[in-house]
Design a binder for this molecule. Structure first.
Ligand code: PMP
Ligand code: GLN
Length: 383
């Protein structure tokens, strides 16, 4: 067996979801909406199933979806993208990340990451032989220190991963922060894998792809996910936008990983990407209401919350209630005693390097209002 994998723990999302089932708890842990995605998108997928869209799709994706992705880049960010050579469809953003790392990294290359970070980055990077260099955001305002970021770069830096809007912090990087990143990336001649799966889930701040900054067009690989943009997380349809030189090598990795992605779902995602502005506006307005409702409720219960301007997630400081308990212990206590599952934020750090902070938990607010309300009531009773 591969010893790295045998020692890799089961993902915290699965563990907490299993505990939620065991304790019949409300699952505010794993980030998925508890309602179906838009029915018209699902109808298009169902029709495509019956319309013989069931054999292998082209390796880089259906032309209609690649065109929709290119148009969407133009519509939201003014990016001119060639649908024939500069986009590729993947089986979720997860596969997109794996394909990018396989394509860009050679053993010994250093990769700069920002903690707290999404939990697949480190294992994937280690499996391709990368050396991770992590920089921590500083709570409670999730500030990025330019000085610390600079320290993470070296002549061995091959790439950086930038997740904005960010999981689990909900941070959306500002133009000024992106300029700092862009300066360093150019100075050290590195690529950036931009995980932008929450690009359309922002609350009164604008998501700015790093790719749109001067001289960044050919250094960035921009990753999106239909799962997040259309509340269909189980579909696992993702997409990559990058220069043709990068796409051609990332496509080789995709070729050996999965070769192609379900064509019926691709057709439906092509349809979905063309949705009008009202759709995208409603998506973020609805989520923002949920964030506010949960945040206000947590404040009433005495928790402090950290800023979240995007994504499905809100992080709370547990110091007022946890006593001596770590975030993991408190999360366990909450699921058992309040019937509410959350994710301990220490799971989003590289624990081998430095002790992670243990005073924060992550709530997913992409749930029905009545579910959030019930969760708050149950917590109030238990605390
Ligand atoms: N990146 C981040 C930051 C995520 O939160 C997720 C959510 N699972 C993914 C990537 C994976 O997206 P997908 O479900 O499209 O593979
Ligand atoms: N991205 C989701 C989250 O952060 C979970 C995805 C998964 O379970 N792998 O909660």
């Amino acid at each position: 067996f591969n010893s790295y994998l045998t020692e890799l723990p089961t993902t915290i999302f699965t563990l907490m979801s299993q505990l939620a089932v065991k304790h019949q708890a409300i699952n505010l842990g794993q980030g998925f909406p508890d309602t179906e995605g838009p029915s018209d998108i699902i109808d298009v997928a169902a029709e495509a199933l019956k319309d013989h869209k069931n054999q292998y799709a082209p390796l880089v994706g259906l032309p209609e979806l690649r065109e929709a992705i290119a148009r969407s880049n133009q519509r939201f960010y003014g990016l001119e993208i060639d649908p024939l050579t500069e986009v590729m469809v993947t089986s979720g953003a997860t596969e997109a990340l794996a394909a990018c790392f396989m394509a860009l990294i050679e053993p010994g290359d250093e990769v700069v990451l920002i903690e707290p970070l999404y939990d697949t980055y480190l294992p994937m990077l280690k499996m391709v032989g990368a050396i991770p260099k992590c920089v921590r955001l500083n709570p409670p305002d999730w500030k990025l220190s330019e000085e610390e970021l600079r320290k993470a770069f070296s002549s061995k830096t091959k790439a950086m991963i930038l997740n904005s809007p960010m999981n689990p912090s909900g941070k959306v990087f500002s133009y000024e922060e992106l300029e700092v990143i862009s300066r360093l990336v150019r100075e050290y001649d590195a690529f950036v894998v931009c995980d932008e799966v929450y690009e359309h889930l922002t609350f009164h701040v604008k998501h700015i792809p790093l790719m749109t900054l001067p001289e960044m067009r050919d250094r960035c690989v921009r990753i999106g996910s239909a799962g997040k943009s259309f509340s269909l997380t189980g579909w696992k349809v993702g997409y990559i936008t990058a220069s043709s030189a990068l796409i051609s090598v990332i496509a080789k990795a995709h070729q050996v990983l999965v070769f192609s992605t379900a064509p019926n779902l691709q057709r439906a995602v092509a349809y979905a990407l063309n949705k009008d502005d009202a759709y995208y506006q409603d998506l973020s307005t609805e989520l923002e209401k949920r964030r506010d409702f949960l945040r206000n409720g947590l404040h009433r219960l005495g928790f402090q919350t950290l800023p979240s301007d995007g994504s499905y997630f809100l992080v709370a400081d547990i110091s007022a209630h946890a006593g001596q308990k770590s975030d993991v212990e408190f999360a366990q206590w909450l699921v058992e005693h309040a019937g509410v599952a959350v994710i301990p934020v220490s799971a989003f750090y590289d624990a081998h390097e430095r002790q992670p902070p243990q005073n924060m938990i992550r709530f997913a607010f992409c749930k029905k209002m009545e579910v959030l309300e019930k969760a708050l009531k149950q917590m109030e009773k238990a605390l």
